[in-house]
Ligand binder design. Structure first.
Ligand code: SUG
Length: 460
C-alpha cells in the first residue's frame, strides 16, 4: 500500500539520493570505566587515563577528511553528562556539589555510568530507514533503547530529542519512540542493521541482525556474554518503519562470535549498496541468509566479500576492528575507512593489501587514528549513523549540523577551549567538570543552531 506523499506531490519516486554520515561528537567527560560487558576493549582499559580533548579531535579529523572527499557529513552533539536528573531520580538530593560528593563515595560505578560519554557511538543512536524503503516514503527513525546496559539506556530519550531537532519537518521525517526498555526488546540501533540496495536512493533490503530470541528459549544463545539485540525488537522496528516484509531479512548472530567479543554485528560485518563484507563466523546460518538476501534483492546481484578464519582469525578481527570500518560510496567504487589498529595486526594488514589488489568494489582504504574511542570498543563505524537522503530531504533538515570547513574550524576551537586534556576516574566527582561540560554544551547548541535540547538549559 502506497500512501500519499506530500513532499512529492503524491509521487513516490524521490530525486537523487546520498548517504549522510552523522558522527557523534565526543563529550567532555569521555572516560574509561569498564562499563560494557562483552566489549573486550572496554573491560581491558577500565580506569585508564583518558583524553577527552584528543578523543574529540580524532573524531573531528575523521569527519573532516570524509567531508573533504565530497561525502555528506554531519555532527550529532554529545549528551549532557554527568546526568544530574538521573541521580535525582535515584534519590540523591541537595546541591549538585553534595550529590556528586555522595554518589562518588557511595557508588563510584553509578557516577561513571551517569558520566559516560557513550552517546559518541551514534551507530547505536537509532535505526534509520530511508524514504525509498518505507510505506509512506518518509525517512523513519527509532532511537535505540540500549536496554542492555544502564549507562547506555540513559541515552534514548535525549537521542530522540536531538534527532527531532535536526529532522524537524514531518512531511519528510517520521520519529518513533524507542521500544519498551526491557531486555525482551533490547535494541541497539543501526549497529545491528544493514541496508543492501542497488544504490542509496533505490528501494533496498533491510537486514536486521539479532543476538537472541527473547520469547523462544530453545534458540541458540551465547554462553559467556550477553546478547544485546532481540529478534522481537528488530521485528518491532521493521513494523514501525512500515517496511515491506518481502524486503526485510532477520538473521541471528553467531553466538560464538558474541562470546568472542562481537557485542554488535557491526564488529563483524558491514554492508554498502550491494556489497556485504563479513567474517565467516558472523552469522549463525550463513547459507540460508545469503539465499534469502539474494531472493529479496531480486535483480540486484548481491556481492559478498567473505573473510575466512584462516585469513583473519576471529580474535584478530575483534582486536583490529577490521569490520567496524565504514564502507562508503565514492566516485568509481567504494572506500573502506579502517582504524589504525588494522595495520598493527599482521593477518588483517595482509588481508587489506589483498583486498586492494583483488577484484572487488573497494578502490581505496583510509586509516584513521581513533585510539581514544577504540579503547572503549568504538571504531569508525560505531561513531557514525547513516541516513540516506534525497537532495530535497537534505535541504529540509537542520543545516547547522552539516560539516563545512567553517564549522570544522569552529568545533576544533570549541573543543580546544573547553575540553580537558586528561581525565582520571576520580575527576568525575569534580563539580567543576559538570560546570565546564554545561558551559561547553550550551555554547555548542548555539554553534549547531539546535535550540535548547539539554535538560540543564531548561532549569531556572
Ligand atoms: O556499547 N562502549 C560501547 C561501545 C559501542 C560501540 N558501538 C558499536 N559497535 N556500534 C558499548 O559497548 C564503554 C564505556 C566504558 O566502559 O567506559 C562502552 O559503553
Amino acid at each position: 500500500m502506497d500512501t500519499y506523499n506530500p513532499r512529492n506531490g503524491g509521487k513516490s519516486n524521490p530525486g537523487p539520493c546520498r548517504e549522510l554520515n552523522l558522527d557523534g561528537l565526543v563529550g567532555p567527560t569521555h572516560n574509561y570505566a569498564g562499563l560494557a560487558r562483552g566489549n573486550l576493549a572496554s573491560s581491558s582499559n577500565a580506569n585508564q587515563v583518558s583524553s577527552p580533548q584528543e578523543a574529540a579531535l580524532q573524531g573531528l579529523a575523521k569527519m573532516k577528511a570524509l567531508a573533504d572527499k565530497g561525502l555528506l557529513q554531519g555532527v550529532l552533539p554529545p549528551q549532557e553528562r554527568p546526568h544530574m536528573p538521573t541521580l535525582r531520580r535515584l534519590g540523591f538530593t541537595g546541591t549538585e556539589e553534595k550529590i556528586l560528593a555522595r554518589v562518588s563515595q557511595e557508588s563510584p560505578e553509578l557516577l561513571s555510568a551517569v558520566s559516560s560519554a557513550s552517546s559518541m557511538w551514534t551507530a547505536n543512536a537509532a535505526t534509520v530507514s530511508p524514504a525509498a524503503d518505507t510505506v509512506d516514503h518518509r525517512v523513519h527513525f527509532t532511537p535505540a533503547n540500549l536496554a542492555s546496559s544502564f549507562h547506555r539506556s540513559l541515552e534514548a530519550s535525549e537521542t530522540g530529542r536531538i534527532l527531532r531537532s535536526i529532522f524537524t519537518d514531518d512531511a519528510w521525517f517520521a520519529h518513533h519512540p524507542s521500544l519498551p526498555p526491557v531486555s525482551q526488546f533490547g535494541d541497539e540501533g543501526a549497529a545491528n542493521h544493514t541496508r543492501l540496495c542497488p544504490s542509496h536512493g533505490k528501494p533496498g533490503v533491510e537486514l536486521f541482525v539479532y543476538g537472541q530470541m527473547a520469547f523462544d528459549s530453545r534458540a541458540a544463545m551465547p554462553q559467556r556474554f550477553p546478547a544485546r539485540q532481540t529478534l522481537e525488537a528488530s521485528r518491532a522496528v521493521a513494523r514501525l518503519h512500515g517496511l515491506k516484509p518481502e524486503r526485510v531479512v532477520f538473521a541471528q548472530q553467531n553466538p560464538a562470535a558474541i562470546d568472542a567479543g562481537v557485542f554488535h554485528n557491526d564488529v563483524i560485518a558491514v554492508g554498502n549498496e550491494n556489497l556485504l563484507f563479513y567474517h565467516e563466523l558472523a552469522f549463525l546460518n550463513e547459507e540460508p541468509l545469503l539465499a534469502e538476501l539474494r531472493e529479496k534483492l531480486g535483480n540486484t546481484p548481491l556481492e559478498t566479500l567473505r573473510v575466512a578464519s584462516d585469513q583473519v582469525p576471529l580474535e584478530d578481527a575483534v582486536a583490529s576492528y577490521l569490520f567496524n570500518s565504514q564502507l562508503l560510496s565514492v566516485d568509481g567504487g567504494m572506500l573502506l575507512v579502517v582504524p589504525g589498529e588494522c595495520r598493527e595486526v599482521t593477518s588483517v594488514s595482509r588481508y587489506l593489501d589483498e583486498v586492494l589488489a583483488g577484484d572487488n568494489a573497494i578502490r581505496a582504504i583510509e586509516t584513521f587514528d581513533l585510539r581514544q574511542s577504540m579503547r572503549n570498543g568504538g571504531g569508525p563505524a560505531c561513531l557514525r549513523l547513516r541516513v540516506a537522503l534525497d537532495d530535497d530531504a537534505v535541504a529540509a533538515m537542520n543545516q547547522g549540523v552539516l560539516l563545512t570547513d567553517e564549522l570544522y574550524e569552529r568545533l576544533v576551537a570549541w573543543v580546544q577551549g573547553h575540553y580537558r586534556e586528561e581525565l582520571l576516574p576520580e575527576d568525575l566527582a569534580d563539580p567543576s567538570l559538570l560546570q565546564e561540560s554545561r558551559h561547553a554544551l550550551d555554547e555548542l547548541t548555539g554553534i549547531l543552531g539546535l535550540g535548547s535540547i539539554y535538560d540543564f538549559q531548561h532549569e531556572v
